[in-house]
Design a protein around this ligand. Structure first.
Ligand code: NAD
Ligand code: GLY
Length: 382
């Protein structure tokens, strides 16, 4: 049970820790959130999907911590025939070569249309596995067991799946919803501190885009979420639950990202360009790029006259206090390369740069035709 707070009410949360993504037909699904859930994964999958062959996709690190535990349960429950694919860790795995590698292996293992893929890992594994599920045999069911904070609050929910192109982030993909999401906060105990902080940036994003009282709560409780083994699990569950409920709310309104769902991309036009320029080499994690992108979105909104300076300062102060980067100074990325990368963003319409801007904390909106000189100016700001 979780207490209901003023910041949960607008998003339809009651006092239990399950969130439902409300979509038509069989595209709706539950998100279970709590401690110890990974040891009940097989039972939850069988309850939801019946006795089906499951094939787990994971990465080498997650395999070391959790692969065997999940595999054994699935085997005991009769849901798996010794099937696990272990990918290299890191963003580079979200590419055409590994897409082809996974597909090839699935066909060698004689999967059929009733096979369920289980994505066990962070956003890289979730996005890649989800995309494979979308296209193999014209569509397989899949389950998300996200094990990073970032994937628990964002990528495992909403059905955006895909891989990167050498021309930019997430340019190849499909909408394909999971049938079930199982979030176990115990997995955060093994996650490196830098990854936990990166995931926290996506939690802050929800407060900033549409929930000022959640942001206020985070200003006090943020450190309890990212404190590693000393973190307070009930605070983590609360933050994840609110984040998932907000994501579910926008996804239910606009599943295919034609309107309001774009608000979830606050900071991301900047972030995707930073990641592309960093060449996905591990020097800048997705969540770190988002942290800088959030500050840039607030600075741009202020520069264009939409947002008070005090809100920019508050956002910058919180992100910095949480140990996340707030500017690109010292990275050495040419401004023109960043701008031209932004023109490859999926939000560019009719050749015009479109950004998610804010009128203040918790009040995001979509604005197109942003002149590039303003974007250039905020990129140079500290
Ligand atoms: P990730 O999947 O690369 O995981 C980060 C690292 O943590 C990896 O090295 C992984 O092996 C390790 N790891 C995972 N779980 C662990 C655990 N419990 N203990 C120890 N180590 C663990 O990165 P991520 O931050 O989870 O995801 C980033 C990706 O998500 C990006 O590709 C981004 O584009 C994508 N994303 C997608 C969406 C979406 O809607 N589909 C939304 C946001 C981000
Ligand atoms: N991560 C943004 C979205 O899912 O729409």
């Amino acid at each position: 049970m979780c207490p209901q707070t003023d910041f949960d009410k607008p998003f339809g949360l009651s006092d239990n820790s399950q969130v439902q993504v409300e979509l038509p037909g069989d595209r709706g699904y539950p998100i279970h959130i709590g401690a110890g859930l990974i040891d009940r994964a097989a039972e939850m999958i069988r309850d939801k999907l019946g006795e089906r062959r499951c094939l787990v996709v994971t990465d080498t690190t997650v395999q070391r911590f959790y692969g065997q535990r999940v595999q054994e349960q699935l085997t005991q429950a009769g849901l798996v025939r010794d099937d696990i694919l272990v990918m290299p860790t890191g963003e580079q795995t979200k590419n055409f070569s590994y897409l082809s590698f996974v597909l090839d292996n699935l066909f060698m293992k004689n999967i059929d249309r009733k096979t369920v893929l289980v994505a066990l890992g962070g956003g890289v594994i979730g996005d890649l596995t989800g995309f494979v599920a979308a296209i193999a045999l014209r569509g397989l069911d899949f389950v998300q067991i996200p094990t990073t904070l970032l994937s628990q609050v964002d990528s495992a929910v909403g059905g955006k799946t895909g891989i990167n192109s050498p021309r930019g982030k997430n340019l190849v993909g499909a909408f394909h919803q999971p049938r079930l999401v199982i979030i176990d906060v115990d997995t955060l105990k093994t996650l490196p501190a830098r990854e936990v902080k990166a995931g926290y940036a996506e939690i802050v994003k929800y407060g900033l885009l549409g929930n000022a009282s959640f942001f206020r709560w985070l200003e006090t409780n943020g450190p309890q979420i990212t404190a590693g083994k000393a973190a307070k699990q009930e605070i983590q569950v609360q933050a994840i639950r609110t984040s998932c409920a907000m994501k579910a709310h926008y996804v239910a309104q606009d599943e295919r990202d034609n309107a309001q769902r774009a608000l979830l991309n606050l900071g991301h036009t900047f972030a995707h360009a930073f990641e592309t320029l960093s060449n996905y080499d591990g020097s800048l994690l997705h969540g770190e790029a988002v942290a800088i992108g959030l500050v840039k979105a607030f600075q741009l909104s202020h520069r264009l006259g939409f947002c008070p300076e005090a809100d920019v300062a508050r956002v910058q102060a919180h992100i910095k206090a949480m140990g996340l980067p707030t500017s690109i100074q010292g990275r050495g990325w040419p401004l023109e390369a960043l701008i031209s990368t932004m023109f490859n963003d999926k939000k560019v319409m009719d050749g015009e740069l479109t950004f998610i801007l804010v009128k203040g904390i918790g009040e995001a909106f979509i604005e197109s035709k942003i002149p590039t000189e303003h974007v250039r100016a905020v990129l140079e700001m500290p």
